[in-house]
Design a binder for this molecule. Sequence first.
Ligand SMILES: *[C@@H]1O[C@H](CO)[C@@H](O)[C@H](O)[C@H]1NC(C)=O
Length: 433
Amino acid sequence: MEPKLLLMVLFIVSSTAAAAQYIRPLPRKALHLPWDSKSSSYPQQVHISLAGDRHMRVTWITDDKSAPSTVEYGTLPGQYDSVADGETTSYSYLFYSSGTIHHTVIGPLEYNYVYYYRCGGQGPEFQLKTPPAQFPITFAVAGDLGQTGWTKSTLDHIDQCKYNVHLLPGDLSYADYIQHRWDSFGRLVQPLASARPWMVTQGNHEVESIPLLKDGFVSYNSRWKMPFEESGSNSNLYYSFEVAGVHIIMLGSYADYDEYSEQYRWLKADLSKVDRKRTPWLFVLFHVPWYNSNTAHQGEGADMMTAMEPLLYAASVDLVLAGHVHAYERSKRVYNGRPDPCGSVHITIGDGGNKEGLAARYINPQPIWSEFRESSFGHGELKVVNSTHAFWSWHRNDDDEPVKSDDIWISSLTGSECFDQKRNELRNKLMTP
Ligand SMILES: *[C@@H]1O[C@H](CO)[C@@H](O)[C@H](O)[C@H]1NC(C)=O
């Protein structure tokens, strides 16, 4: 085609696309992730997670029960001057028996440094990068991932961004009782999850309980061990961690949350340890959103919100990230259903790419607290620039779309009057038994 003509065609196509309604792409098929036969002690499904200051937990699976749980690591390729040993677990689920799941904590590690490592004394060399000690730090955020063509697209987009830590507000594999899908999910995410820490919390697809036969979260807790012990929690379903001036609390939408619950008690204890001079930013993640104007899952977060929102408000939480609804939505600063300059920004980012497709119907008119909403697959990036400023952006997967995706500067509540005003309120709340 003549270049001029091509340009004209492109112009017509792009201008009609901009004018017309956005045509939402269909769900994509489940990926086929074939079993790759290797020796039974070969490390599979490698992923890493933060495990206390300057430590990282390396998790992998072998078919062989007697394979060692050692991780050899160092700062030069092929030269491992350190070695750590770990623990193993496994589980059975109806007719399925898992491989041996190894969890090994390595460290102390330097900040912002590349390490090379090998699991169980064999297999390929992996590379990880530790987070920085101070700002700036960038988080990639995507919930409700699953393992479809859209998941792949989301992961490819995340792979292109420079980030330090992946945050996942629930719904990982969509195994839904079919246990080998946890294994295929592990293989799918390994290239990213072995290189940067993945910090996850549970969603409804992690429950997998069967009345009288199976307790909930058997697979999730075995495979995705998070630093709950390191943060004084007695459950893998809620924990916290600190990284580069940010305190992040992962809550459990599927653990008890009323004011007499263990989770609530732990949350109060955790908040009382937060020092906003050391960590000026405070983020919270959980699965079921409290602020949601999509018709999907409407009102499901209401009970947890009634129980916990006053506490998060008193603690001046800057940002709340949720999933569950397969779409994107960002709120203004909000509290108790109304815009409030001292409230948190709530973002629903359950659009990672699962097999159930998108949630396309919204309540109209748009509530005044809702600032931006769109039903497309994508991921978020959160760059915390310094102690007062963070830049949030949401990236739709189709990059050739003419419509701009969402972005906003968020300023920390520690620099605002709200923080000083609420100091006493928080102290009172934390002191009541
Ligand atoms: C923090 O970053 C913002 C945005 O880049 C900038 O305007 C501000 O001056 C910075 N503050 C400090 C204390 O460096």
